[in-house]
Design a protein around this ligand. Sequence first.
Ligand code: HT7
Ligand code: ZN
Length: 844
Amino acid sequence: PQKIYLSDYTPFGYRVEEVHLTFRLAPEATRVLSRIRFAPNPEATDRRFFLHGEQLKLLSARIDGAPITPRFVDGGLEADVPDGPFLWEAEVEIAPAKNTALEGLYMSGGMYCTQCEAEGFRKITYYPDRPDVMATFTVRIESDMPVLLSNGNPLGKGAGWAEWHDPWPKPSYLFALVAGDLVNHADRFTTMEGRDVELNIWVRPGDEGKCAFGMDALKRSMKWDEEVYGRAYDLDIFNIVAVDDFNMGAMENKGLNIFNSSCVLASPETSTDANFERIEAIIAHEYFHNWTGNRITCRDWFQLCLKEGLTVFRDQQFTGDQRSHAVKRIDDVLTLRGRQFREDNGPLAHPVRPESFVEINNFYTATVYEKGAELIGMLKTLVGDAAYKEALDLYFRRHDGQAATIEDWLKVFEDVTGRDLSQFKLWYSQAGTPRLKVEEAFENGTYTLTFTQSTPPTPGQPVKDPKVIPILVGLLDDTGAEIQPTTLLEMTQERQSFCFEGLSARPIPSILRNFSAPVILQRESSNAERAFLLAHDTDPFNKWEAGRALAKDVLTRMICDGAPADPAYLDALQRVARDDSLDPAFRALALRQPSEEDIAQTLFDAGRTPDPARIHDAAETLAQARAEALQDLLPRLYAEMHVPGPYSPDAKAAGKRALQNTVLGLLSRLDSGEAARRQYAAADNMTMQLGALASLLTIERGRAETAAFYDQWKADRLVMDKWFGLQVACAAPEAAAETARALTEHADFDWKNPNRFRAVFGSLATNPAGFHHESGAGYALLADWLIRLDPVNPQTTARMCSAFETWRRYDADRQGLIRAQLERILNQPGLSRDTTEMITRILE
Ligand code: HT7
Ligand code: ZN
């Protein structure tokens, strides 16, 4: 397959002045008529007129009214065109009902919908389907479906038709159309500019009771973007549509966001607190794209992090403001380490701004999104809040209506601050997670911290240059008092020292506060010091981090040396559990054991070969020891965290429930599931019901409740995804693959639905001891199903291949088993470009 390079970028030879589209919808034969005004692009030299087009049946094409016969070439068509402006008209036929890839125009549950990012518009009509071609769109939809939606403002509607006009020039990837038998939850919002905006969430009849939270989150997002970034909404209507079959979470199409129904529909009975928080964040994320992505878009797909990194950063800020900054930061770092560090330290590592790709859909990654957001956070730390705000104002002023690059983005910061950001730019071009080694010295009242940075080789990048690393540091004395408040150390060299003078005794350092850079900190420390920081650090992130480092050290010694659970750790845990001054959500995080994946990653990084079975056994032993150490405390803590009254998804109540469910997990190991069974029976919301079921399944006592859960919820698609997923996630190592296999035979296993497929196989892949069971059954089962899904939905298949990305961590036997499955997948005739690229990169 052909590789595309960033260095090959050239602008398209023509500007698009306006686009008119007419859709005559029919499941097997939709007609799309396009009328597009082109004019030569004065900024381009190449006048080749090439339009992308895939899986289209061309019925007619005309230029300035005269029929033409274009030349079909790989991925589209070419035509001879006049020297000046001209009108292109074409009619094509497509079959949305046959489109199982969920890209372009397709059908889900009887409704028509679209997904055009990144390159789906070319499956709708012939067009220069690239983000730097921006145009205004007018759309006419002809269909007997009652609700007909597209981007922009409504122009008019009648029996069997509707017209929409989007006045804001946009690239084709932001085009959207929806037609269906839908009902809406409506509201209004008045912007700070006085615009009265109609808001709608459109859902299938029956789901209207699950829209209120999403609507509230949308209004809070609109207000927040006005208050914090000065950004107001710019159309008279904002529509959100919930769709059951969707490859990702949601899509920010201009004025017509389309959501995976799991990312917008919520009710207390069917959604957990985690679901509510995720829905709030995704609604905010898609809404924030209206400025960071839509008004200012990307010049080409290599610049994806320009919109995604910034928009993730903005949604993280929003959640922090709405809930708790400390808890949000810890959650974000857990995700970053769990997904991005894993990616950055394996065969799929790539720069935040990649320099080549075969299939762009394979680059919607944790590196582009989550590491991309970390880069924004580092920039903000380096320049300070005031300069960040000024730079963002300049970015919006200077680039509104443009398709921009990372160079444009960094230039606004350079212009506002006078700084040279060329070294900072390495964060965008160099893959891999830097290791930051720390040495300390104390002499004559001067405390010196010496840092050494190094980044391991990644595919195609054997050698790395030193980066700018913002290191936030505080110092404590031995009573726990802060003698040096948080200070920014700006590291620019490979090895660099920083001194703190005038100290009366050697301080205890708190390094990389708030996780100020996406690096792996390597520092010799004692468990006594970790316990001290867990008790005294004023930086909530590092307080939590100290507890986590302590737990990881204990677990590592249990795994590698067969040591027992360290009583000092169990003491520290008791103190956290008892500390009522701590936010329950924070306490829940601090009491959580490091994941088995996290331990495997840490062992591998320390040069050891992780054994998933041993890790699992040690984790179970430690969990039991923790339960026993805390047993006197657990019933009281459980009772104290009870939230009376009707369910509310607010952060305070959710934090208490999180702690209650954490406590329940420990209690269940002591009381054979008694408390969990009581909680299950009494639960009036999904957080408590699912928390109880998870506890019971973990101790292998949840058979009756699993059956009851199915009977209660079999009609609810989103709850059934939880039912499928939880059974696999909680299965014992030797049972995980068989549990997943048996579930694939269940009547409700609709493997063409990405949510259901991910519920089973995503859960298998994230149950490390189960997936990596020495039998290899997990590998074989996943490979079987990836082979089956690939011809139907290449995008979802390719994304799920990352389950295998850590394969080189493991022993020779497991590597052999995985390699055989990867080769089996790769040898499938007709394997998609998406999956071929992923497997090839994983094997390289
Ligand atoms: N910008 C979107 C990314 C996206 C996507 C969404 C749904 C289905 C397929 C997709 N391909 C790319 C989502 C976002 O980041 O907001
Ligand atoms: Zn996004």
